[in-house]
Design a protein around this ligand. Structure first.
Ligand SMILES: [Zn+2]
Length: 683
């Protein structure tokens, strides 16, 4: 999960730039409804807060719903995709489909999720067997076996384990261990002492206590248990690396022979774990943070087996609460949605059911979705935009004034080899072995987790299958994978709200799809982490030392720029942890601009909605991050997420770009103005 989800500037010659004023006479194009213009709030000056200027009228007209953490472009697109998936689910559930068919699986999973009456009747029953499995162990020696089992059903206490491409040999699958074990996900929640964090931590302990009371623990016992779990997790937090420190692929690559695990970590635990998964043939594995695993052994010995059993129960019940009766689901919602993200109301049941069905069976739903809900030429259009961005990227690399010819040649090879997967997979995953029943919601999910885990175990020592996708076509997102040296842009990235059924103009296409999607993802291949991998996806330094030094001086500027932004009261962006995303945003928009300059709309200076092509490009980019988030959710993201908040993804990037200063007449003294010597230009 951590691995594959891992997720550039320009010096424009003045001749090129001033070409704008030499452009042919402007051509005015009248449009009936122009979302870009309707979103503008001119009570903000573009040169003071471009994000609010570009989006605030929309924000004012579309307040965040009580059941949501945010509102904006993502929510709008999700709503339209969810409406399609809902139709697919309902149609499938009414189809009387042949057992084992895709339709039957989709329909019955949806049905099982909608049957809240049955869920109430069943109460704790669906997870009782798993709770018994935990109760049945009696000694620390049995813990590896138990944790091995919990991993097979998607529950990962203590650490994360996966099998995937070896960072130094990307065509081979290898096992990897990664730090983990924190119910709150991020160590800062346990270690920071500011008011907001302490409040959340106290609510967290109360939540664990409530969950154990639902598991029929007496109040006092539940309280003791919750405190003991917090103690364990705090100990684990203390030995965990920070988000910033984890941005070091070399530091995270420690190949250890399985025969040496015991010597390295002073315990049989890891050997026994591998044995429980029948991975005896595994000769070595990658340990992400050896210091963490070394320090885990004394923690394992510090607590009693009874305490470890409760810790495991906590992870189990927390992961499966939303598939149980309302009391469990409500308690889970109260903490993870209300306390952590400020959401006060649950989504309607159908939406939860649609989301769960889609998350679990997205490969099957995607097959229907791309056929029935998207324009036929989606794949071609995305490919065309992607290739145009690749072309300008190559031109940019050739013209960089800070990089040697030697490194440029290698960067160009890497760029040319980036595999672009767009739209949907050529080959879908074979999910025929999965059985879904209409009256076993929790067990359906548990079996799907088991299927996924065993599928992963079977990859051990096998060549990497480069055809696989890590996202569904109906997912409004995209990613770059350093090991695959590929970008994946799912089909629904073609959707632009307000332009359903018609093609948006190029300013929008290159601001959103060109810049914030393709340009952004390609730049991940050249950000602080991605640039450490070569054209074949191997951790292998292809830079000259001097070029690397110059690159790092530039990335340091971006770290300083974003670290200075205040998100809420005293909360700042983590400039180090978010630098890869910020580099990708800047590189993406830079390339979006260059590709847009090649279009007729730009060259013929076509005015749409009363604004110039370049103003429109930037409004389009502002639209790409039109997201309004609750303060609680914003704070949670700053603590745990490597992306900067939407406002800074826009203002931080455009305030580095000459074209923006020209398009909106930004002058010294305006809030968006940055002195030329600190404007960041990388790719
Ligand atoms: Zn990214």
């Amino acid at each position: 999960m951590i691995k594959n989800i891992i997720k550039s500037s320009l010096i424009l010659s003045s001749t090129l730039f001033f070409a704008c004023s030499d452009a042919p006479e402007k051509v005015e194009k009248i449009v009936d409804i122009d979302p870009l213009i309707q979103h503008i709030d001119s009570s903000f000056k573009a040169s003071d807060d471009f994000f609010m200027f570009a989006n605030n009228t929309w924000f004012k007209q579309h307040p965040i719903k009580a059941s949501e953490t945010s509102n904006g472009i993502f929510k709008t697109i999700d709503d339209s995709v969810n409406a399609a998936i809902k139709q697919i689910c309902i149609k499938s559930s009414q189809a009387n489909a042949v057992k084992g068919s895709n339709e039957q699986k989709i329909g019955d999973l949806y049905k099982s999720s909608m049957d809240t009456i049955l869920l109430e009747e069943l109460g704790i029953t669906p997870i009782q067997n798993e709770l018994n499995t935990i109760d049945n162990i009696n000694s620390l020696e049995e813990l590896p076996q138990l944790i091995a089992h919990l991993n097979t059903i998607g529950v990962s206490p203590l650490f994360h384990f996966w099998i995937g491409p070896d960072d130094k040999n990307s065509s081979l699958n290898r096992g990897a261990l990664w730090q983990g074990g924190l119910g709150l996900g991020e160590r800062d929640y346990y270690l920071n002492t500011d008011e907001r964090t302490v409040k959340i931590k106290n609510e967290y302990v109360a939540h664990i206590q409530n969950m154990f009371e639902l598991l029929k623990f007496e109040e006092a016992e539940a309280k003791l248990t919750a405190n003991s779990i917090l103690n364990i997790e705090t100990d684990i937090a203390k030995i965990s690396k920070s988000m910033e420190a984890l941005r070091d692929p070399y530091g995270n690559y420690n190949l250890i022979a399985t025969s040496n695990l015991k010597t390295n970590f002073s315990t049989d635990f890891w050997q026994n774990l591998l044995q429980a998964w029948n991975l005896n043939s595994m000769d070595s594995l990658i340990v992400g943070q050896p210091s963490f695993f070394k320090a885990l052994t004394p923690i394992l010995n510090k607590y009693s087996i009874a305490e470890w059993k409760n810790y495991c129960k906590w992870f189990l019940i927390s992961d499966y609460a939303s598939y149980l009766s309302k009391d469990f689901a409500d308690e889970d919602f109260h903490f993870f949605s209300t306390v952590l993200s400020g959401v006060s109301e649950k989504k309607p049941r159908w939406e939860t059911a649609v989301n769960e069905t889609n998350e679990a069976l997205g490969e099957l739903i995607g097959q229907v979705y791309v056929k029935e809900y998207l324009p036929a030429n989606t794949k071609e259009k995305l490919k065309e935009i992607g290739e145009n961005i690749r072309t300008v990227y190559a031109e940019h690399i050739k013209n960089l004034d800070w990089m040697s010819e030697e490194t440029k040649a290698k960067a160009l090879v890497k760029l040319a080899k980036i595999n672009m997967k767009v739209g949907y997979p050529d080959k879908w995953k074979d999910m025929s072995a999965i059985e879904i029943k209409s009256d076993e919601y929790l067990m359906n999910i548990l079996h799907l987790n088991e299927w996924e885990f065993h599928r992963m175990l079977a990859k051990n020592g096998q060549p990497v299958n480069k055809d696989e996708w890590g996202m569904y076509p109906q997912t409004y997102n995209a990613y770059y994978s350093p090991s695959f040296n590929e970008i994946v842009v799912p089909a629904c990235n073609i959707i632009v709200p307000g332009y359903e059924g018609k093609m948006p103009d190029d300013a929008i296409l290159y601001g959103i799809i060109g810049g914030s999607t393709f340009g952004h993802e390609i730049t991940h291949g050249f950000d602080d982490e991605g640039s450490l991998y070569d054209e074949n996806g191997n951790l292998n330094d292809w830079w000259t030392a001097e070029d690397r030094e110059k690159f790092e001086a530039k990335t340091q500027l971006i770290v300083e720029q974003y670290s200075a932004y205040t998100v809420l009261d005293s909360m700042h962006i983590k400039g180090d942890a978010t630098q890869g995303e910020n580099i990708a945003d800047l590189g993406g928009v830079t390339m979006g601009i260059e590709a847009f300059k090649k279009t007729d709309q730009y060259k013929n200076n076509i005015i749409i909605g009363g604004v110039t092509p370049m103003q429109r490009f930037f409004l389009g980019y502002g639209f790409a991050w039109m997201v309004n988030r609750r303060d609680e959710a914003l704070a949670h993201r700053v603590m745990t997420n490597v992306h900067s908040p939407a406002k800074f993804r826009v203002n931080g990037v455009v305030s580095n770009l000459t074209e923006f200063y020209e398009a909106f007449n930004v002058k010294k003294g305006d809030n968006m103005y940055r002195n030329e010597d600190i404007r960041v230009k990388i790719w």
